[in-house]
Each structure stands twice: as structure tokens, then as C-alpha cells.
Ligand binder design. Structure first.
Ligand SMILES: Nc1ncnc2c1ncn2[C@@H]1O[C@H](COP(=O)(O)OP(=O)(O)OP(=O)(O)O)[C@@H](O)[C@H]1O
Ligand SMILES: [Mg+2]
Length: 328
């Protein structure tokens, strides 16, 4: 069953075509990743699906309800973690969630239990009575995830959940997101422009300039780039390259002090290579294509340059300012 169906969706802001005829489906109980660079149209798509924005044309359904004609029903099915923080910083973690549970008409008798469960799920139960303004960025994000699942939505939308977090907090948050379908019974729709994070998704759609340019599982997408690369250090690289070519029919080239071999599947080829070269092998490393390579191949550009772009820098600056302001 599809929890989300999007058909030929288009959104135009004056001269800007933000979403340009996008279609996809999200299977119930899966994690779907919407990947793309800044300005690709990710947030605009999410806003249409969450009934916050009307499409120019096309249709979208959540749990069978039409986003345009049945917004009330759609809203009852969904939870949202917005790109920008929306917690009330002057309330405690517990109060933020309880307030949300009331807004969403969670049964009065089950409210406190649901809030406790959600806080436990993200590991913040012990900090439930602390004011949110005392929380770190990672804790706030986790609290937002907890709040978004308090009313037990069927579909959870996460817009750039890890933006602005340090690598450790990002990994930490990912552990919770990964467990959402099984433990909270939700279908997850998330956007990110950190390609490596999308590895946990069951399916991915890559969006660029309002259009979907590729779709599939992370494995399927990576296969489109080419095979794995084996790098070998041997006692005699030139001789090893020749033996690999005559013995196994592999194309081997010398790269620095290593022999590089492109193979369809590294894990099945490796034993043959070791058997052939035996004790001559000093070390082996296996390099697999990443989703970054997929994006690079499809668009000729990196999804995320090494230095954050201007928009990110600005967002970081605003967050840093808010954090400082919060403490005073
Ligand atoms: N309300 C609006 N009015 C005019 N243009 C808009 C509006 N909202 C979005 N846009 C434009 O639509 C395009 C897509 O924006 P969107 O926010 O959907 O991108 P995104 O993929 O979420 O980017 P990011 O990774 O930076 O969050 C951009 O060119 C943006 O400037
Ligand atoms: Mg966005």
C-alpha cells in the first residue's frame, strides 16, 4: 500500500518553477528520502503534502486522502518536523509535548502516557522537566521528532532534520529516525542534502531544479555509477596487474603505490584475487560508489561543496544568534 502518492505535481512562484512535474509513491512503513541541493524544491513539495501550500497543478494523496480537497483528514494523518525549529523554548520538554498532544486531540486519559513514551523513545525522559532553551541543538531536534510522533501519525515528514547539527548529534538523531517505522508505526518522508545520510532510506528520489532525476534504493542508484574499486598493495604491483589480467580477466591499472581494479562486486571478487596473488598481497581496500558519486554523475556537480553555501551559513548564523539570545 502507498502511504503517499504524488502525481505530476507542479508549483510556480511567479517566474520561479519550484516544483516541475514531480511524481512518486511512498510505500507504507518505509523510509523515503527526498534528496537535492539548495533550492531544488524539497520544502515546497513537503509543504504541499502537509497542506500548507496549494499546488499550481497536479495531485497528492496521503493515506488515500486528497491534499487539496481533504486537508483536515490529511492533517490528522501526519506529523511534521520543519526545517526550522518550532519548539516553545520557554516551556519544558514535557510541556511542549503535552501541549501538542492537546492540540491534536490525543485522548485525555492516554495523553501523559503517550508523552512519556515519546520522550523515552528519543532518550529525553530524564530531561523532561528542563526548559527547552537549556537544550543543545541535537536535543531540540530529538524533542521535535518526539513531538511529531506524540499523536501517532501515519506519515511523518522530516525536512532537513539534521541541518546544522554536529556529526555526532546527526548520527545520534539518525538512530531514532531509523527505528521510527518499526517502533512508532510511521512511514517516514524526509529531505536532506547530506547524501551519506540517505543510505538508511529504503528508497530515494533525487530532485534537482524541481525535477526528479533518479529514483531507487540506495543500492540500485549506486549500481548505476559503476562497479566497486579494489586497491591492492603487493610485493610487485606490475606483475600483480599482469596476473590479474591474464588470470582473472580483470582490468588492472597502477595508481600510485597501489594496483586499482574495477570489479562488479567487491565482496565476491576479493577471494579470487587473494587466491591468485597469495602471499604477494600486502594490503587490500575496497571502495564502493557513494550516493555523492550518483549525484555527481547525474548532474555533473557535487550536491554539497566542501564549504557550506551562503544560505546554510546564514541559517547557521541565525541559529547561533538565537542560541546566544536564549541563554541571556
Ligand atoms: N514562497 C515563495 N515565494 C517565492 N519563491 C519561493 C517560495 N518558496 C520557495 N521559493 C523558491 O522555490 C525554489 C525551491 O525552494 P525550496 O524551499 O522548495 O527548496 P529546498 O529544496 O527546500 O531548498 P533547501 O535545501 O535550501 O531547503 C527556490 O528557488 C525558492 O527560492
Ligand atoms: Mg528546504
Amino acid at each position: 500500500m502507498s502511504a503517499v502518492i504524488v502525481s505530476n505535481l507542479r508549483k510556480v512562484f511567479g517566474p520561479i518553477v519550484a516544483v516541475d512535474g514531480v511524481s512518486f509513491e511512498v510505500q507504507e512503513g518505509s523510509i523515503f528520502g527526498f534528496l537535492g541541493p539548495n533550492g531544488a524544491g524539497k520544502t515546497t513539495t513537503i509543504n504541499i503534502l502537509c497542506t500548507l501550500l496549494k499546488p499550481t497543478s497536479g495531485e497528492a494523496f496521503i493515506c488515500g486522502y486528497n491534499c487539496l480537497r481533504e486537508p483536515e483528514e490529511v492533517r490528522r494523518c501526519i506529523g511534521i518536523v520543519f526545517q526550522d525549529m518550532t519548539l516553545d523554548k520557554d516551556l519544558t520538554a514535557y510541556e511542549n509535548l503535552l501541549y501538542h498532544a492537546m492540540l491534536y486531540n490525543v485522548d485525555r486519559r492516554k495523553r501523559r502516557q503517550r508523552v512519556d513514551e515519546a520522550l523515552r523513545f528519543v532518550g529525553l525522559y530524564d530531561r523532561r522537566d528542563d526548559l527547552v532553551k537549556r537544550f543543545s541543538g541535537g536535543m531540540k531536534r530529538r524533542l521535535e521528532v518526539a513531538r511529531a510522533v506524540v499523536h501517532q501519525p501515519k506519515v511523518l515528514f522530516l525536512d532537513e532534520p539534521t541541518l546544522g547539527l554536529d556529526p555526532q548529534s546527526r548520527t545520534n538523531l539518525w538512530e531514532f529516525i531509523r527505528r521510527l517505522p518499526e517502533e512508532q508505526g510511521v512511514t517516514v518522508f524526509m529531505t536532506t542534502h547530506y547524501m551519506e545520510e540517505a543510505e538508511v532510506c529504503d528508497r530515494i528520489a533525487i530532485i534537482d531544479r524541481g525535477r526528479i532525476i533518479a529514483e531507487g534504493s540506495p543500492e540500485e542508484l549506486k549500481k548505476t555509477v559503476g562497479g566497486d574499486l579494489l586497491y591492492l598493495k603487493t610485493r610487485d604491483n606490475l606483475q600483480a596487474a599482469e596476473r590479474l589480467s591474464t588470470g582473472l580477466g580483470l582490468q588492472a591499472t597502477l595508481r600510485g603505490d597501489e594496483v586499482m581494479v574495477e570489479v562488479p562486486r567487491g565482496e565476491t571478487c576479493l577471494p579470487d584475487v587473494i587466491r591468485l596473488l597469495g602471499d604477494d598481497v600486502i594490503s587490500v581496500r575496497l571502495q564502493r560508489p557513494t550516493l555523492n558519486d550518483v549525484f555527481l554523475k547525474l548532474t555533473g556537480k557535487k550536491i554539497r561543496e566542501e564549504t557550506p553555501d551562503e544560505k546554510d551559513t546564514f541559517k547557521e548564523a541565525v541559529r547561533a544568534y538565537r542560541r546566544r539570545f536564549d541563554r541571556t
